[in-house]
Design a protein around this ligand. Structure first.
Ligand code: NAI
Length: 699
């Protein structure tokens, strides 16, 4: 039963019961209308209460139904709310804990509302690129006043029930219960007190005006425009609320509905809904049951206090988990510690962290030069130099000292985790935790599953990822894992584009206009071009046939490593980060073309974007096919949280789906015919070719 019906004397109580948050799926909606029919037909019943079981009144639409035809099946939410309004006996919503989206719209359709303190009340549809679609934009302004309602609708943020009840003139809550515990009893008493009230009050009949009228909505539009570039929904929220002040209720409802349906089809809403589902899917591992027992992680050791070790440590300190850092020399420890302190102090200065919290975090941090001091840690993360010989030494030491059952993790970005595991007698306890720089800021954590990694180790690290507020995505072992393996192809394309006639600034601008936070050349200058240089040197030995543009090597030979050397693909003025196109670099690229006998051609921004993005997509299709990633949406999460892929496009795989895989393959075939490009690479991955031929999508 997803909605229970019980009669308490002369009051019928309909209790939504569809865990976890009483989503308003078809069965629940049917349960509500059935309950209302029963109550209205029963002469002994004088009034009706609708409430929610467990931890919510209702969280709104049932996510499983979202965007499917089932969401529209009768009774749909609009007709349920109409049935509530038309009940001849008073209906009281007893709101508590979570009252969001469709849940709040349902409550707004009731004749009366009583709320427990502490309830989170919201219309969060905007976060999925939508506006409320069952009267929220028409009823909330009537119940709460235009400004408060619009703020809630545009932000999607929850507001506590007791705060809303204090709004002057509000009609949202007729009564506040003394506590969550007393809500049920108080709701029954309230329902009895209004049993004979007639006519029954309806939110739709309340007046809706803003004293400044048009001027206010103009102001609201400007505010929203400035803050929500690339997303159409927030501006539509303003339109819908304005309609509530200008149109008759029924007209306003029709207007809201039309906007809702139009938004449902926008790529932006599709992207946001995809991300919502992808985030949840990423934590599920096909062959690791959700109830897999986890190992307790109460303390962590970190090896190496460099760029990554320091940032990684901060994640655990922030989550209240004690950290011990090991280094080879006291100076390195002192330097690492000073950087952590500096990071926290700058947060304190900016008012983002309280002084006592900072001190509390630092008190969880200790250091050592001796492996024997690590023996009690539940987990150790290695972040030393990226050399197999160094990793071997470290893991042999860890194998010697760590207690049985401790998790041994490596932050390696390019080395073989299986080989690292083989240095120990306990490969089942070894795993990769690939953080992104700066590790205390970036959301992405690639969790690298070795061939022998135990399932409970994987489950533990995934849960730990959540605890330290990362988006954890599982990757199999391969060179570069998911993210860097794809970015290598993207960088190669960026290089070819220079050889063929583009400038770094043109490539960066085109892809930034597409929505990337930063183009490949500005990114290289920020991260340090020498990192890629070192990798290419190694790769040219491993894969001597690999074709790539030599421009990046030439740049490094000039010592132009990027911002840190004051010059890279761009010039930089002392102390500033603004990238200034460099005449010297452009000349270097031209000379290079001459050496190769290439006549430069004009390259369109469209070609730049397609070659960069589709190179990601083709490599990703190989990754998916090889089982390195378990699902396309995991790859999207990697790119959205680790590589600045535009959120409103939903990740490379969803973007390719939206373009149409057939079209993507057509373009790839065209690129393969370009003699200066890499024809072999552009051969569509078998999975991509198959999906395109069948008219299917990745997601
Ligand atoms: P780093 O050079 O800044 O720091 C390495 C630290 O390890 C140094 O402080 C060094 O003294 C210490 N160390 C070296 N050998 C040691 C040993 N045997 N025992 C104890 N400490 C030792 O390097 P970074 O950038 O922090 O990289 C560390 C690891 O993280 C590498 O495997 C790297 O590939 C990986 N990584 C780096 C990223 C980056 O953007 N820098 C991103 C993701 C992963």
């Amino acid at each position: 039963m997803t909605a229970e019906y019980k009669v308490h004397g002369d009051v019928a109580v309909i209790t939504l019961n569809n865990p976890p948050v009483n989503g308003l799926g078809l069965a629940t909606r049917q349960g509500i209308t059935d309950g209302l029919a029963k109550a209205n037909a029963d002469a002994a019943v004088k009034s009706i209460v609708i409430t929610g079981a467990g931890k919510a009144f209702s969280g709104g639409a049932d996510i499983k139904e979202f965007g499917t035809p089932k969401a529209l099946h009768e009774p749909n939410l609009l007709s349920v709310i109409l049935t509530v309004e038309n009940s001849s006996k008073p209906v009281v919503a007893a709101v508590h804990s979570v009252c969001m989206g469709g849940g709040l719209e349902l409550a707004l359709g009731c004749h009366y509302r009583i709320a427990a303190p502490g309830a989170n009340v919201a219309l969060p549809e905007v976060k999925l690129g939508l506006i409320p679609g069952a009267g929220g934009t028409q009823r909330l302004p009537r119940a709460l006043g235009v400004e408060t309602a619009l703020n809630m609708i545009v932000s999607g943020e929850p507001v506590k029930s007791e705060l809303l009840a204090q709004q002057p003139g509000q009609k949202l809550f007729d009564k506040m219960a003394a506590s969550l515990e007393s809500l049920a009893e108080e709701a029954l008493a309230f329902a009895r007190s209004v049993a004979d009230a007639r006519p029954l009050p309806l939110v739709r009949n309340l007046p809706c005006k803003h004293p400044q009228g048009d001027a206010y909505f103009q102001f609201a539009r400007n505010m929203v425009k400035g803050m929500t570039r690339n997303f159409p929904a927030p501006a539509k929220c303003v339109d819908a609320v304005e309609a509530a002040t200008k149109k008759r209720f029924d007209e306003g409802m029709a207007f809201e509905r039309e906007i809702f349906i139009n938004l449902m089809w926008t790529p932006e809403s599709r992207a946001l809904r995809h991300i919502f589902a992808a985030e949840r899917a990423a934590s599920k591992i096909p062959d690791v049951p959700e109830d897999t027992p986890q190992r307790a992680i109460k303390s962590v050791a970190v090896i190496g206090a460099g760029t990554m070790g320091g940032g990684i440590s901060m994640n655990f300190l922030n989550a209240g988990i004690p950290v011990k850092i090991l280094e080879m020399k006291q100076e390195a420890l002192d330097r690492g510690l000073a950087t952590i302190r500096k990071n926290y102090e700058s947060q304190v200065k900016k008012g983002k962290l309280k002084q006592d919290k900072y001190e509390q975090r630092m008190s969880l941090l200790s250091t050592t030069l001796s492996y024997d001091d690590l023996k009690d840690a539940d987990m150790v993360i290695e972040a030393v130099f990226e050399e197999m010989g160094v990793k071997e030494k470290v893991f042999k030491e860890l194998d010697r000292v760590m207690k049985p059952g401790a998790i041994l993790a490596s932050n390696t970005s390019t080395l073989d985790v299986n080989q690292i595991a083989s240095f120990t007698q306990r490969p089942q306890d070894v795993i990769g935790t690939h953080f992104f720089s700066p590790a205390n800021v970036m959301k992405l954590l690639e969790v690298v599953r070795g061939a022998k990694t135990a399932k409970d180790v994987l489950a533990t690290v995934m849960a730990l990822g959540k605890k330290i507020k990362k988006t954890a995505v599982v990757s199999g072992v391969c060179d570069g894992f998911i993210g860097n393996r794809m970015i290598e192809q993207y960088s190669r394309q960026a290089g070819f584009l220079l050889d063929e006639g583009a400038t770094p600034a043109q490539v960066d601008k085109a892809i930034e206009k597409f929505g990337f936070a930063m183009g490949p050349f500005r990114m290289g200058d920020l991260a340090g071009n020498d990192i890629g240089w070192a990798i290419r040197k190694r790769r040219s030995q491993e894969k001597p046939d690999m074709k790539y543009s030599r421009t990046a090597d030439k740049l490094c030979e000039l010592g132009r490593f990027g911002q840190k050397t004051g010059a890279g693909w761009y010039d930089y003025q002392a102390g500033k980060r603004d990238a200034i196109p460099s005449a010297l670099v452009n000349q270097m690229i031209e000379d290079h073309r001459k050496e190769l006998g290439i006549t430069p051609r004009k390259i369109s921004d469209e070609e730049i974007v397609q070659r960069l993005v589709y190179s990601l997509v083709n490599e990703a299709a190989h990754i998916l096919e090889e089982g390195i990633a378990s699902r396309a949406s995991d790859i999207d999460m990697v790119y959205l949280t680790g590589y600045g892929f535009p959120i409103y496009r939903g990740g490379p795989m969803l973007y390719a789906d939206q373009v149409g895989l057939f079209n993507v393959v057509q373009s790839m075939n065209r690129f393969a015919r370009n003699p200066l490009d890499d024809a072999k690479f552009w051969e569509p991955a078998p999975l991509l070719a198959k999906l395109a031929a069948e008219g299917k999508t990745f997601n």
